[in-house]
Write a protein that binds this ligand. Structure first.
Ligand code: ASP
Length: 440
């Protein structure tokens, strides 16, 4: 059977197991379209409220989960050499997948040329109400790349925890956990403490997932009501490039990658994590989906040692869907405004997209903000920058939902590949969907 058919069947199995979440997405799309054509403030407010309750509940567990997962993940590996091996493999695999995403996005955008002739359309549709915000964001993003990296080192980890600044939190946890694994048995009380924190946050995740279907329904409906379906006809070429790019990542790149580096069946893997993929689409946040991503992986065969280490890092640093969007968006604007795209500029865009995507947080809209980092060096006039960027804002949410699904899937793909390489995967469970524990 052809691979794409197998993938569809896998997703079908996952959806069947969790039909209510899928129905939530479909129902959300339908209600969103209706609300777009017949606005109703009360209904919109209720949907926003339900969606926010769901998002806030999962965000509530993200920080304790990430901190405890990294600390127990690293201390359970213990041995420095093994940790180095996991870590370097993770960086290599995430790097390969993101580079492929950027290459695919660039090639598609250069062939399909979504931006040619789009300048007037951009000017007419750039949301005027966001232009002031956009100009301020561009200003903020002008700091050089070294400053961005500097910001990764927390000068006060408690401040980072309080404001939910993920990268500095992760950096601190990594260093702290490595130190803990070096101090011998005195680390037991604190490791046991974090084991309890992890177990409790996973339990809370199980409870929150009872709200997954209404939550995803409300979030999807709110999002769709803000843009309607006309969006697909009006900027069809731009969305088409993104859609093709994301599908190539999901249906060609990940299957080939898994085949090359592991024995993991992409079909089984997708079927095991369908819930996380659907929630990623609904929430447009890798971080908010993280508790569910970990639950799907751990309950369906990928060891705790690997998932607790690779997935939290992936949810923050591995953003291949975002990187793909960023190259396409920047090339789109360059084509629209007639910036000549020579090889040097294309390579510059690609490298900056890899950096910008991995510095963005796993929250809605973060990937668009960091595009400013790339756009600033493109030679566009200040007015073009603001209008172009404001235009991207108007079609942001739908592209965010799609790229977040890709981001989360690639985290899982890399975790599964490393788990395979390190004999940390239970194939009897992964390859037997009938034995999967219910999650949502
Ligand atoms: N929303 C994306 C994520 O959470 C990040 C982005 O804005 O691209 O993965």
């Amino acid at each position: 059977m052809k691979l794409h058919m197998q993938i569809l069947i896998a997703l079908g199995l996952g959806i069947k197991r969790n039909g209510h979440i899928f129905l939530g997405i479909i129902g959300g799309i339908i209600v969103g379209i209706l609300l777009h054509s017949h606005p109703n403030i009360l209904a919109s407010n209720i949907l926003t409220f339900i969606g926010q309750v769901f998002i806030r509940l999962i965000q509530m567990v993200v920080i304790p989960l990430v901190v405890s997962a990294i600390i127990i993940g690293i201390t359970s590996v213990g041995d420095n050499k093994q940790l180095g091996k996991f870590g370097s493999k993770m960086v290599l695999y995430y790097g390969i997948i993101t580079t492929l995403a950027v290459t695919i996005g660039t090639i598609l955008a250069l062939i399909i040329k979504p931006g040619v002739g789009a300048a007037n359309y951009i000017a007419e549709n750039a949301a005027s109400e966001v232009q002031a915000t956009v100009a301020a964001t561009m200003q903020q993003q002008q700091g050089n790349i070294l400053n961005i990296f500097l910001g990764f080192i927390p000068n006060n980890p408690f401040h980072s925890l309080a404001v939910g600044d993920m990268v500095p939190i992760i950096v601190f946890c990594l260093i702290f956990a490595i130190a803990l694994s070096k101090v011998g048995d005195v680390n037991r009380p604190i490791v046991s403490f974090f084991e309890s924190v992890f177990a409790a946050t996973m339990k809370i995740t199980d409870w929150i997932m009872f709200m997954a279907a209404p939550g995803v329904f409300a979030l999807t409906a709110s999002a769709v009501s803000s843009f309607g379906i006309e969006i697909f006809s009006s900027i069809s070429k731009y969305l088409l490039v993104l859609l093709i790019g994301f599908l190539i990542q999901l249906c060609v790149v990940y299957p080939l990658f898994l085949k090359k580096v592991s024995k993991v069946s992409v079909v089984m893997l997708y079927s095991a994590v369908t819930e996380a993929m659907m929630v990623a689409f609904g929430t447009a946040s890798s971080s908010a989906t993280l508790p569910l991503t970990i639950a799907c992986c751990e309950k369906r065969g990928i060891s705790h040692k690997i998932s607790s280490f690779v997935l939290p890092l992936g949810a923050t640093l591995n953003m291949d869907g975002t990187a793909l969007l960023q190259v396409v968006a920047v090339i789109f604007l360059a084509q629209a405004y007639g910036v000549p795209l020579d090889l040097f500029l294309i390579i510059q865009i690609a490298i900056l997209a890899i950096i910008a995507s991995s510095t963005c947080a796993g929250i809605p809209g973060a990937g668009l903000i960091t595009i400013a980092l790339i756009l600033n060096g493109m030679g566009l006039s200040p007015e073009q920058l603001v209008t172009g960027f404001a235009f991207l804002f108007t079609i942001e949410r739908i592209t965010d939902m799609m790229r977040t699904l890709v981001n989360v899937t690639s985290d899982v793909v890399v975790a599964a590949a490393i788990a395979d390489n390190e004999n940390e995967i239970n194939y009897d469970l992964l390859n037997n969907p009938a034995a999967y524990e219910e999650i949502a």
